[in-house]
Design a protein around this ligand. Structure first.
Ligand code: NM2
Length: 523
């Protein structure tokens, strides 16, 4: 069947040189994992260990450099550069701008990880701290905020500068990672094979990153549904959840309900605040705020040490299992988020981008860790709800659901949570599938990718998550991001070098503050 025939004149035709290689890689990997499950588990473990141990330091320097670069771009000589030229004005107000990048870059997995991440740190702490000690608890309450903090958001933001600048200020042909590299590889190569390879890498990264997200978010949702229906969670229920997500997507694109998803995202934000407020009010409010304060101090004083902690000598595996895994997960999403942030940031200066994304993103995540994480710490330490024991007996997902049962207004909490978990991941699947389909289409601005293209990716993302969950445990879901992240480290670096070249060239011509807006003819 020719997929191209499916696209109507209103849709952008598929770019076969991007679509097919990406499809083949994804299909071969998925089918191999299904067919050789036992062997796959072994290979996954070995790959995870090898990549995080031998290449981990690269991720750590990359993370720190990303933060340094974003700060330099936001506060250095180029801080006044405005995407779209000096006359451009922002399309979205600041609040919805923050809400948009926060919702698209973060999904249900934040609830999952913010609620249980600390338990791993508490039981097996970094820096050879005594497990389950007072020190372990302090580090445990803080470490999650570090992993979901400024370095992560800097990795997200990093690509937005080159991609946005190339597109809005230099007239590149599209919001793509390949266009962001134009300053180094040149326009012809960026539109040719080299550009296609770069874009395929971006697709594979997003597929891996979404795999990690859905494989952590799905069990949580299906556990909550099972709990409310009074049934036990099974693999089939997980499958049903994933299928419904894909169906929502298929429905929304074929019925033209894109607006519907937008409305859902807004409701999503309201539900987040409602749930967090409930926990905040009914939970140990002062403990949460004080522990947050303590964590901020600890994070500030340990920031560099944590950023470059490899534990090569002690070999605890802590930085490899956590920090390096996290940076690779952020990197896997990096180019996609770079494109997304660029798309919504026309009219904003580099400075606004840096301040907005780094502080808005980090504080948003810190809110979850303050509410869900510190609440869990409190319940455990006070002996009210032994979350660590529940995890080892019943698994992570039921521990999070169990945590929620500690709240008084159950009739409100559970539906709110299910709604939230559902929509939060639905919007992740939808926007990822949509972006992949856009990248896998021929460059024709303003035209939608074809229906088959979009649906194919939505279903594949769900399927990959199901396969990762079937393999079981944290290793497969973590490895999905670690593998795809590595090549992206180099491509993202290339895009930054490219930006610096373009900026320097403009600067040399003394035009840096007077870029031509995109609407003017480009020479
Ligand atoms: N990051 C931010 O599932 C999600 O929340 C998406 C996760 C990369 C750790 C991204």
């Amino acid at each position: 069947m020719s997929f191209n025939k499916q696209s109507t004149s209103a849709n952008a035709a598929m770019d076969r040189m991007i679509f097919w290689p990406a499809v083949i890689v994804v299909t071969v990997v998925t089918i191999t994992m299904i067919l050789f499950e036992e062997r796959a588990k072994f290979i996954i473990d070995a790959t995870f260990n090898w990549l995080t141990r031998d290449f981990g330091f690269l991720y750590q320097w990359f993370g720190l450099a990303a933060l340094g670069l974003c700060l330099w771009l936001g506060f250095g000589p180029y801080r006044h550069v405005r995407l779209g030229g000096p006359a451009a004005r922002p399309e979205f107000n600041r609040a919805s701008w923050i809400a948009m990048f926060f919702c698209s870059g973060i999904g249900t997995s934040l609830i999952y990880w913010s609620a249980i991440e600390w338990t791993y740190y508490y039981s097996a702490p970094p820096f050879w701290i005594e497990p389950q000690s007072q020190m372990a608890a302090e580090y445990a309450a803080m470490y999650g905020m570090f992993h979901w903090g400024p370095i992560g958001w800097a990795i997200y933001l990093l690509c937005a500068f080159p991609i946005g600048y190339a597109y809005y200020n230099r007239g590149s042909s599209g919001l793509r990672l390949s266009s962001g590299c134009e300053g180094v590889i040149g326009k012809a190569r960026s539109d040719g094979t080299v550009g296609r390879i770069i874009d395929i890498m971006m697709i594979l990264g997003l597929v891996g990153g979404t795999g990690t997200s859905l494989a952590s978010g799905t069990p949580l949702l299906s556990e909550a549904i099972a709990f409310n229906l009074g049934i036990t969670r099974t693999e089939n229920l997980d499958l049903v959840v994933v299928l419904i997500w894909s169906a929502i997507f298929v429905g929304s694109v074929s019925l033209g309900l894109k607006r519907g998803i937008k409305v859902l995202s807004d409701l999503n934000l309201i539900a987040i605040f409602a749930l967090c407020s409930l926990i905040f009010v009914f939970g140990p409010t002062v403990f949460m705020l004080s522990t947050f304060t303590n964590s901020m101090g600890l994070m500030a004083s340990e920031f560099l040490r944590m950023s470059l902690y490899t534990d090569t000598i002690g070999k605890s595996g802590f930085p490899q299992d956590w920090t390096i895994f996290y940076w690779s997960w952020w990197v896997a999403y990096g180019p996609y988020m770079g494109i997304f942030i660029a798309r919504i940031s026309r009219g904003r200066t580099f400075r606004e981008l840096t301040i907005g994304v780094l502080s808005g993103g980090s504080l948003g995540c810190a809110l979850f860790f303050t509410v869900f994480g510190n609440w869990g710490v409190y319940l455990q330490l006070e002996g009210i709800f032994p979350i660590i024991e529940v995890i080892s007996e019943k698994g992570e997902a039921s521990a999070v659901v169990g945590l929620l049962t500690q709240l008084p207004v159950q009739w409100l909490v559970m539906p709110l949570f299910i709604f939230l978990a559902f929509v939060y991941s639905a919007t992740t699947v939808d926007s990822s599938a949509y972006s992949i389909a856009t990248v896998a289409s021929q460059r024709s601005e303003g035209r939608e990718p074809s229906l088959v293209n979009r649906v194919f990716w939505a279903v594949s993302l769900g399927l990959i998550a199901v396969v990762l969950m079937r393999l079981g445990g944290l290793a497969p879901l973590k490895t999905a991001s670690v593998i795809v992240g590595l090549p992206l480290l180099f491509i993202m670096s290339l895009s930054i070098v490219s930006l610096l070249k373009l900026l320097r060239a403009e600067n040399a011509a003394e035009k840096v503050l007077k870029e031509r807006p995109r609407t003017e003819p480009l020479v």
